[in-house]
Design a protein around this ligand. Sequence first.
Ligand code: XBP
Ligand code: MG
Length: 256
Amino acid sequence: MALQALIFDVDGTLADTERDGHRVAFNLAFREFGLDWDWDVELYGKLLAVTGGKERIRYFVESFLEGYVKPAGFDELVASLHKTKTRHYTEMLSGGLIPVRPGVRRLLEEARQSGLRLAIATTTTPDNVTALLNYSLGKGAEDWFEVIAAGDIVPAKKPAPDIYFWALEKLKLSSAECLAFEDSENGLKSSLGAGLKTLVTINDYTADHDFEGALAVLSDLGEPGNACQVFHGNMRGRGYVDVPLLRQWHEAGSKI
Ligand code: XBP
Ligand code: MG
């Protein structure tokens, strides 16, 4: 089956959002609520085991905060904290603080020119996605994506495959007609679980993850004149990922 669409994860894949974006926004929200919780860079790496911001706050409280007794209305507290965190995060993005990763803009533009359809599959809040697309990629970039699957639209977040199934359903395509782009083990489990061939670009938080089953594992998508590092996969002589290479990988499947 011919390649029809590319489906992108957001956090860690389109941009390095976690350490200097989401983490900082969570801490600002905690401070605003008078809580002395502080997620340092190392702790945040552990908390990333759980996807979804509200789920991550719960995981922190239940697994890292010894002796904490949940107050009445804890669910509402988590929801309010998360709303405040989203405000801080989108404000940070609107200041243009988080650039897209190497090769992302180029590949998206090439994909559009060659008629490939684009979609997003992420656990992050929809407002965060539109802010990242419009501020980090450019005004109107939101419209480049036919389907934006994000946040709580499916109850089971990554590593469950549900968000990718949802995106495929909206695209009216089968998994065999698409490629997914991920940066983490949870993300890869999710995309593989939906039957999608997947390209992984790692970051500092995910470098030691298990990426068994990925089409390729790269430092980033690379740029002409600035080759990516290749940890797994066959770049067929290229230093960066482009649409012809994606088509070759898609045809060859895992036999690269
Ligand atoms: C991203 C997430 C998100 C963000 C925070 O995972 O887990 O929860 O960290 O965003 P993935 P929210 O890249 O696998 O989709 O606070 O809006 O959930
Ligand atoms: Mg990710």
